[in-house]
Structure formats: structure tokens, C-alpha cells
Write a protein that binds this ligand. Structure first.
Ligand SMILES: [Zn+2]
Length: 336
């Protein structure tokens, strides 16, 4: 049976640190609770629900994708500056943004271990996928993490950490990253540029963050959010009805250009969902039906070609996003 990793240890709990980004733990717990409410799935839960991750992620794993300078700051006694930048906690005038340190119950430096645990979940899902063909990890998808900085709530990039480790271990020779989060996978595109055997497809909003600043600043410096994926598919406001056909075209192009990979890692972000509550995803509003069709099409494409596939959650904000995760998983578990 297809497996889902839901490991308490790998859940990043931002609230503990006084961070008020609406990336709620409940989208994971609610999804699992709803799946377990189904008596058929409840009976079979020992077959599909994996709650213990045997892997760890070390600094050495991060060294494959991050610069030495960045890691020195991140692993210093005070990684707070890196974390505050990645989670966008400080405004240019020095005031706090979605951050109330007085409500924190743990120091910000403890967040790094939670992040590494989450990266370990993504790596575990790739190992499982290579073993069984399919695995879904309830976490991961930090696609805005670049080699030498983090932004967009992504201090590192679990997807690239897992892919680079799989390549280093020679468990796969070619890997695809399929990213359908509403936001462009800019960090992934940037880092993957250093790996010939990792190919990237990103389907995202043409106009929203991180593409809301010019490609070059006044001094002529390149804005790294514009690093190109191998295939970028950009959708403008009110182009929702062309989302599925254009995404399918992207998948076909990946196959035509790069052949069949040994592994695919998918970022099944649900922030394109019309009920997502993050303001910056306002230009992409897929219905619940379109979200499920998107996920089914990706699954069908990879499954029919027997491409081992590791799925991660990526973005999803507010109290309704869990439903889009649930719809896909409920379908996948019953689609044996
Ligand atoms: Zn996103």
C-alpha cells in the first residue's frame, strides 16, 4: 500500500518561537485525522501510516548545496539573523513582522533542529519512493532556500538536500523536481543549476512574490528570484482554466527533453487553492476540483511511467488548506 510519513518530530512549529506565519500545524493533523475517520483507511493504517523517521540530516548534507559562509552563520551560536531573514520577521524600519518574541516558549536557535528534522523527512520520503514507488511526506518543500541565503520562510532547501544526498549515495542518477506550489521555486532553480542530473519544472504565479521586484535592481544586480528552472510555466491572474493543460504540457516537455528520471520529487503546494489565506497567492485561485485534478494528473503521469515519486506538502496557509491535501491522499490511498 502507498505510504504517508507523518512524523511528529519533523513538524516545524513556528508558533513556539513567536512566529505568526499562518503555516498551521493543523493542516497536517487535520488531514491525518480526516483520513483516519474513514473506517476502511483506519483498519489499514499500519500499512500506510509511517510515524517514525530513522534518518537525520547533518551539516555535511547541507554542505552539498549551501555556501560555507552561509552555513557558518546558520550553525553559529546565534543563527537568529539568518532565521529572521528567511522568515521575514524584521521590517526595513526595524519593527517586527508577524513576530512576537514575547510569546515564544523556546529560543529561536532551537528552530534550526526542527528545520533539519523536517529536511530528514523529505530525505526519508525519497528513500521510501525508491523502495516502493510512492511516498508522501507530510512536510517539506522549502523551495525558496538558495545556496547562500534563505527567504520566503525557507532557511534551507530540503528538496535539494535530499536530491543531492541521493545523488551522492548513487541511489539515482537523474532526478526531476516538479514544483506546483503557487510561488516560483526560485531557490531550487538556483541550486539545481549546479547539478547536471537534476531537472526542474516549476508551475507558478507570473506576478506574485518572489517575482514582484524587477529582474535587475538600480545598480544592475540580478535578482536571484529570476533564476530559471529548466521549464518555468507562469500563469497570470484569471488563467486558472489553462493551468491543467499547461502543466501537462510541462510534464511532457520534461520527458521529451530529459528522458525518464530515476526519481521525481514533487512539491504539491496547496497555496494555489482559492481558499488559501496567504494574501500573496491572490492571483492564483484554483477550485477544489481543479486542485484534485492537478494532483491526479501528476500522479497519473509519474505512476504510468513507473517513476519513483516522493511527494512533499510545500505551501498551504490558513484553516482550509488541509482539505486540498486530504482530497489527494484519500484518493491515492484508495486508488490501489
Ligand atoms: Zn508557496
Amino acid at each position: 500500500m502507498k505510504e504517508i510519513i507523518y512524523d511528529e518530530k519533523s513538524i516545524i512549529n513556528l508558533k513556539m518561537f513567536g512566529i505568526e506565519i499562518p503555516a498551521l500545524k493543523s493542516r497536517k493533523t487535520k488531514t491525518i485525522e480526516a483520513l483516519l475517520e474513514d473506517s476502511e483507511l483506519f483498519q489499514l493504517k499500519d500499512q500506510w501510516l509511517k510515524t517514525l523517521n530513522p534518518y537525520n540530516i547533518s551539516r555535511e548534507d547541507l554542505e552539498r548545496i549551501h555556501s560555507e559562509n552561509y552555513l557558518r552563520s546558520l550553525f553559529s551560536d546565534s543563527p537568529d539573523a539568518c532565521l529572521k531573514k528567511a522568515y521575514e520577521l524584521v521590517n526595513p524600519d526595524g519593527s517586527f513582522n508577524r513576530y512576537k518574541p514575547e510569546t515564544a516558549v523556546a529560543p529561536l536557535s532551537d528552530l534550526l533542529q526542527q528545520i533539519l528534522n523536517s529536511c530528514a523527512g523529505t530525505y526519508y520520503s525519497t528513500r521510501k519512493a525508491l523502495e516502493t514507488g510512492f511516498c508522501y511526506f507530510m512536510g517539506g518543500g522549502m523551495h525558496h532556500g538558495h545556496g547562500d541565503f534563505g527567504h520566503g520562510f525557507c532557511p534551507t532547501n530540503d528538496i535539494m538536500i535530499a536530491a543531492a544526498r541521493i545523488l551522492a549515495e548513487r541511489s539515482a542518477e537523474n532526478i526531476w523536481i516538479i514544483d506546483v506550489d503557487a510561488h516560483k521555486g526560485d531557490g531550487t532553480a538556483d541550486i539545481a543549476g549546479n547539478f547536471d542530473s537534476i531537472k526542474t519544472l516549476s508551475v507558478h504565479m507570473a506576478d506574485g512574490w518572489p517575482l514582484d521586484e524587477p529582474e535587475y535592481d538600480a545598480q544592475g544586480n540580478f535578482n536571484r528570484a529570476y533564476c530559471k528552472s529548466d521549464i518555468d510555466i507562469e500563469l497570470r491572474k484569471e488563467e486558472e482554466n489553462s493551468y491543467i493543460p499547461r502543466m501537462k504540457e510541462g510534464l511532457s516537455q520534461m520527458e521529451e527533453r530529459f528522458g525518464k528520471p530515476d526519481l521525481a520529487i514533487i512539491l504539491l503546494g496547496v497555496d494555489p487553492y482559492e481558499k488559501d489565506e496567504l494574501l500573496s497567492t491572490d492571483t492564483m485561485k484554483l477550485t477544489e476540483e481543479q486542485m484534485l485534478e492537478r494532483d491526479q494528473q501528476i500522479f497519473g503521469f509519474l505512476d504510468s511511467r513507473s517513476i519513483p515519486s516522493a511527494y512533499t506538502m510545500a505551501g498551504g496557509y490558513g484553516s482550509y488548506s488541509w482539505k486540498a491535501h486530504y482530497n489527494f491522499l484519500n484518493w491515492v490511498l484508495k486508488n490501489e
